[in-house]
Design a protein around this ligand. Structure first.
Ligand SMILES: *Cc1c(COP(=O)(O)O)cnc(C)c1O
Length: 390
């Protein structure tokens, strides 16, 4: 552990909150199993520690985007079902098959590569077929589905693979009542029915992400795939606050004030002088910047708790630091500045930063950089130094 780095800034990860969030989501999942989505280092929270905590709280699947992320979970000793869905030609199919990872297939090229890798491995692959029911991103179009299903069935008959899942993803589940939702559900049911008629016997059929888990019971099927809600963040402010869903934010981002000083009126602050002091005042220097994932786009707008009150970033967010005008209040080097957290002490939320930076809270937490150590806090309240990016 790097003491200096921990003193400068830290992302505190509350694993007890994560476990409670998993339990709250399972209670809403209509009896479906829960996949903890831990892609992109668990949205910046640390994949291995969060995956372990989620499994302890009743998650039975882990989900990642890339095969490398899935293999890293296995390398860290995590058992159970693991699925990954973002493949490119030449990917580590054989390693994934040998590690018992469920791989997603959206097209014929991928089915060909996975069958070839299974032949080499001498072990059948666990394959989940992904349907594009209207998202228009990854997944197999309805028109191409019969060809993919028939090729998958043939490979099953040859003993090269088992189709373990049929699945899809929503475009607009965070907008309840959106006209795309019911058609996507209907297309999914049709595509599942077709595959089953052709002899596919999936272990799981699944479609729901966090917003669908929270608002759309008819989408729960056998498994829900929750990411953002597990980290205690509402998928969209329009749906409600985390507290409305019984969720608690898991990440607190804090830094130690690096300098406090008096400056005269009319003093320009930070690059470009986009802020000027209006009176003699006290400035606090907060030693985190866009290299740490604090969005430069929130210059002059980002909120931060310093010296007992919420303040606003004065001027530009730089690579490593930004300035806060304490407007006559005082602070001291080493005092804590809290950018976001669950709000118990009046600190802003990741959602507040998302508003300040014209983005979504998913991006705020996921982009917190590798220079910020993750410090894990557990039920006992004992912080453990993190191992960096999980
Ligand atoms: C990221 C992702 C999820 C999780 O989405 P949340 O909105 O964070 O719950 C689920 N499924 C797929 C395919 C994803 O890429």
């Amino acid at each position: 552990m790097n003491e200096t780095a921990t003193t400068r800034a830290r992302a505190e990860i509350d694993l007890a909150a994560l476990r409670a969030n998993v339990r709250a989501l399972r209670a809403r999942a209509s009896g479906a199993e829960l996949m903890a989505v831990v892609k992109s280092d668990a949205y910046g929270h640390g994949a291995v520690r969060c995956a372990e905590a989620a499994l302890e709280a009743g998650a039975t699947w882990l989900g990642t985007a890339t095969p490398q992320e899935a293999l890293a979970l296995r390398a860290a000793g995590l058992g159970g079902r693991v699925m990954c869905w973002l493949w490119t030609p030449g990917g580590p199919w054989r390693e994934a098959i040998e590690a018992g990872i469920d791989v997603s297939v959206s097209g014929m090229w991928a089915l060909g590569e996975v069958a070839a890798a299974a032949t080499e491995a001498g072990v059948p692959a666990r394959v989940q077929l992904k349907a594009d029911t209207g998202l228009g991103r990854n997944g197999c179009q309805p028109a191409d589905w019969p060809e993919l299903v028939s090729a998958a069935r043939a490979a099953e008959d040859e003993g090269l693979l088992r189709v373990t899942g049929l699945w899809s993803h929503f475009a607009c589940a965070d907008e309840p009542g959106h006209p795309s939702i019911t058609p996507q559900l209907n297309v999914f049911r049709d595509m599942v029915a077709y595959a089953e008629k052709e002899g596919v016997r999936p272990e799981v059929r699944h479609m729901a992400n966090s917003p669908a888990t929270l608002t759309l019971p008819e989408s729960h099927f056998d498994l829900v795939r929750t990411g953002i809600a597990m980290y205690g963040i509402s998928p969209s402010p329009e749906l409600g606050t985390p507290a409305d869903f019984g969720l608690r934010p898991v990440m607190t981002l804090a830094a130690s004030v690096a300098l406090v000083k008096q400056v005269p009126p009319g003093h320009g602050i930070s690059y470009g002088h986009h802020y000027t002091t209006s009176a003699e005042t006290t400035l606090a220097l907060v030693p985190v910047g866009y290299a740490d994932g604090v969005p430069r786009h929130a210059s002059g707008r980002g909120p931060v708790l310093v010296a007992g009150r919420r303040r606003t970033v004065a001027g530009r967010v730089a690579m490593d630091q930004f300035v806060v005008d304490l407007e006559g209040d005082t602070s001291a080097p080493g005092a804590e500045a809290v950018l976001f957290g669950p709000g118990d002490r009046g600190e802003p939320s990741a959602e507040d930063w998302a508003v300040a930076a014209d983005t979504i809270a998913y991006e705020i937490v996921t982009r917190i950089g590798g220079r910020v150590p993750r410090v894990y806090v557990d039920e006992g309240g004992t912080p453990h130094a993190g191992d960096g990016r999980g």
